[in-house]
Design a protein around this ligand. Structure first.
Ligand SMILES: *[C@@H]1O[C@H](CO)[C@@H](O)[C@H](O)[C@H]1NC(C)=O
Ligand SMILES: *[C@@H]1O[C@H](CO)[C@@H](O)[C@H](O)[C@H]1NC(C)=O
Ligand SMILES: *[C@@H]1O[C@H](CO)[C@@H](O)[C@H](O)[C@H]1NC(C)=O
Ligand SMILES: *[C@@H]1O[C@H](CO)[C@@H](O)[C@H](O)[C@H]1NC(C)=O
Ligand SMILES: *[C@@H]1O[C@H](CO)[C@@H](O)[C@H](O)[C@H]1NC(C)=O
Ligand SMILES: *[C@@H]1O[C@H](CO)[C@@H](O)[C@H](O)[C@H]1NC(C)=O
Length: 653
């Protein structure tokens, strides 16, 4: 039974519209609006309903009648779905007097989905913030400030995807909410609205969604999932959000739900139901929502599952729509798993292109956007990373697909210092999105190589005399323009020479850096006739060392190994071998190339964070050591990945 705790604005139901009129407009067709000149009555069984001041629509009379008859009746959607059990949702309830839908005073400039998607490209995600649990700052990010969006815009991004988790922001039972109203705290609705305004005030497009709710309470793959509850709650969240945001401009789009879990075709069908309930809710509210762009989703926002199971929305909805999917592939490279630190072979590129081409070939007439992708500067090697950033943006563009970078606050843009941690990557992205050709650093792309080279660096082995060094680039049609060290432009001829696509630094230029102290000796910037400038660091390096090289495993505790990095201050990989020579995890990596065997996975077995003079072995890896019943040698590899650039730590049981 419905209890109205808050005044709920209702979809318009005026008395005259309740009449059934033998009419001309088809079910779900338009039947009214200021610019509208067609029939204003509907075919039998449908009634003309004012969705907003600009748009009236023929909807099943049964829906209107039942909601008018009883504000305490849950109305079953007449037109969802492909799933066997009908979604039941708390349809907009009505007050006895029947107030009308949200009326907006401003103007709305309609925009097509294809124009919206083109205009938002490229975009940036305000990750781990309004989606954090339980609150905005819970995952380490500062509260959102408008200056962030000044910087995002100045860098050249055109849009912000704004992930929002609604769980933990309900009235009453804050974490879970309360059936049937699922009332959201007004302060949270206001916060979301205010952040949207910060973004749109700068002329940036924004996509707002329902985010981690997808696994917190809306996971349809759970055994015993209460679909009635899930659909009711989902509808009510969108109803309230759409009501609060009903009069936002056409810069604002909605995305029903982030990465909803799916395993089967039946789950996939339930995601189609989410899309349907979402469209139904936002249209029931009124305001400008019937004209608002939406980015619909398939299972997990995965391109393959979307291709398999996505069903187009009922054509009666007037919302311009696109499909959003997410792209984190290949898994091993993206997530720094199993020592995969190279990227950019012909096979790597072909695999990425195939993925993007496949979903495009399935949806030739639908605007597509990749709403999340990332290769984080935290733990990936720059030359491979920059090639990936360039190739992804360029390949997406080739298939008329927009992209929105996932930035969790710890990845690239530092919201505290307002500095891009990897400005080169951000510049490459913007330049590629504009269609300019970027020159890129060369480096090992063959994962089966025994060492990894990188033209993001000039490596000087500490203590050795400097010799001239050639650094190859992928010019991609450009020519070298200049090399500078921040203070001065290097001299062509004496400091360096150019030969084909190589820059060769002279022994004389490098000599002063070949000192007895390891570290970054110079930060160079290389410019080209077109495209983004590239960073290149001159680094004196030696293998890392430890102050203590062994300890006893403590169950359930992370192990922080203090490391003196002599060069680049971060680990490349961590290998874990048991005393008997078998692997701590993932035995099958024995079949991988030599630089990947027995290597563990970032986040699962080890972590590193900015400015951390250590590496953290996770508690789950420590527990695996204990479970294995024998000591384990953790080999911490540093950059560059060459023979001998490592140090060993033994964890005993
Ligand atoms: C749209 O919804 C109406 C009303 O339920 C239904 O008659 C029609 O078949 C639907 N169209 C599609 C394409 O599903
Ligand atoms: C499922 O959810 C509905 C709506 O919230 C609720 O009325 C019903 O009791 C729930 N069913 C079970 C088995 O928990
Ligand atoms: C999408 O592509 C898959 C193959 O990946 C194919 O099985 C499916 O039928 C396609 N769907 C549509 C709607 O074209
Ligand atoms: C470019 O440098 C690489 C070494 O990094 C070298 O093998 C190659 O011969 C050089 N090419 C030219 C044209 O100098
Ligand atoms: C080079 O840049 C890094 C930051 O990436 C900084 O820590 C270092 O001090 C700089 N070194 C020089 C010599 O400018
Ligand atoms: C670490 O151990 C491996 C053998 O597991 C060895 O090849 C490597 O040289 C060791 N590293 C150092 C710095 O001793």
């Amino acid at each position: 039974m419905i209890t109205l705790n808050l005044p709920i604005l209702l979809s318009a139901i005026s008395g005259c519209l309740l009449q059934l009129v033998q009419g001309q407009a088809a079910g779900y067709a338009q039947c009214g609006g200021p610019e509208y000149t067609g029939p204003t009555t509907c075919v039998a069984g449908y009634s003309c309903k004012v969705q907003n001041p600009f748009y009236s629509q023929c909807v099943p009379s049964s829906e209107i009648v039942s909601s008018v008859k009883s504000s305490a009746t849950l109305v079953t959607s007449a037109r969802s779905s492909s799933v066997s059990s009908k979604p039941v949702s708390a349809a907009p309830t009505t007050s006895p007097s029947g107030t009308s839908g949200v009326k907006c005073t401003g103007t709305f400039s309609p925009i097509s989905a294809s124009s919206f998607v083109a205009a938002l490209n490229p975009g940036w995600n305000l990750g781990n913030t309004l989606d954090a649990i339980p609150d905005e700052t819970s995952w380490g990010n500062p509260a959102v400030v408008a200056a962030t969006f000044d910087d995002i815009k100045a860098q050249g991004f055109k849009s912000v995807r704004l992930p929002v988790t609604w769980a933990y922001h309900f009235a009453g039972a804050v974490n879970t909410g309360t059936s049937p109203d699922w009332t959201i705290q007004p302060t949270w609705l206001q916060r979301v609205s205010d952040v949207i305004d910060m973004i749109t005030a700068r002329g940036l497009y924004v996509i707002v969604n329902v985010h981690h709710d997808s696994w917190i309470w809306a996971d349809v793959t759970q055994e015993n999932a209460n679909y009635t509850m899930i659909e009711e709650k989902f509808y009510r969240i969108w109803y309230q959000a759409a009501q609060k945001l009903a009069c936002k401009s056409s810069l604002v789009a909605f995305e029903p739900i982030n990465e909803p879990p799916v395993n089967t075709a039946a789950d996939g069908a339930r995601i189609n139901t989410f899309n349907e309930l979402f469209l139904r809710a936002i249209n029931a509210v009124g305001g400008f929502n019937a004209q608002r762009v939406v980015t619909l989703v398939g299972g997990a926002e995965d391109s393959v599952k979307t291709s398999q199971w996505f069903v187009r929305p009922n054509a009666s909805y007037t919302n311009p729509w696109a499909i959003q999917y997410h792209y984190y592939s290949p898994y091993d490279y993206v997530f720094s798993a199993w020592g995969k630190t190279t990227w950019g072979s012909a096979a790597d590129k072909a695999a990425l292109e195939t993925d993007i081409a496949l979903i495009r070939s399935n949806f030739t007439d639908v605007p597509l956007l990749i709403g999340e992708w990332a290769i984080s500067p935290v733990q990936t090697e720059p030359a491979a990373r920059w090639r990936y950033w360039d190739f992804l943006i360029r390949t997406a563009a080739k298939y008329n697909t927009a992209t929105i970078y996932w930035d969790n606050g710890n990845d690239n843009y530092n919201r505290n210092t307002r500095v891009w941690r990897d400005k080169t990557a951000a510049d490459i992205l913007i330049s590629a999105a504009k269609g300019a050709s970027n020159s890129l650093p060369d480096g090992t792309t063959d994962a089966s190589a025994s060492e990894q080279s990188s033209s993001a660096y000039v490596w000087l082995r500490k203590g050795e005399a400097a010799a001239a060094q050639s650094v190859p680039f992928l010019l991609n049609g450009n020519t070298f323009k200049s090399v500078s060290d921040g203070a001065a432009v290097l001299k062509l001829g004496s400091d360096y020479t150019v030969s084909g696509s190589n820059i060769t630094f002279s022994a004389a230029y490098l000599a002063p850096f070949a000192t007895d102290t390891a570290g970054i000796k110079a930060n160079l910037t290389i410019t080209f006739s077109a495209g983004a400038p590239l960073a290149l660091q001159i680094v004196s390096w030696a293998p890392p060392t430890l102050s203590s090289s062994s300890s006893k495993a403590i169950a359930g505790s992370d192990l922080v190994i203090h490391v003196t990095y002599n060069g680049i201050h971060k680990p490349a990989t961590v290998r874990a071998l048991k005393a008997d020579g078998t692997y701590l995890v993932d035995d099958w990596t024995v079949y991988l190339p030599v630089l990947q065997q027995a290597r563990t996975t970032f986040g699962s077995q080890w972590r590193w964070d900015w400015n951390q003079e250590s590496v953290t072995i996770t508690s789950s890896a420590v527990d695996a050591v204990i479970a294995g019943g024998q000591s384990v040698q953790f080999m911490i590899e540093a950059w560059p990945r060459v023979s001998g650039n490592n140090v060993n730590y033994t964890l005993t049981v």
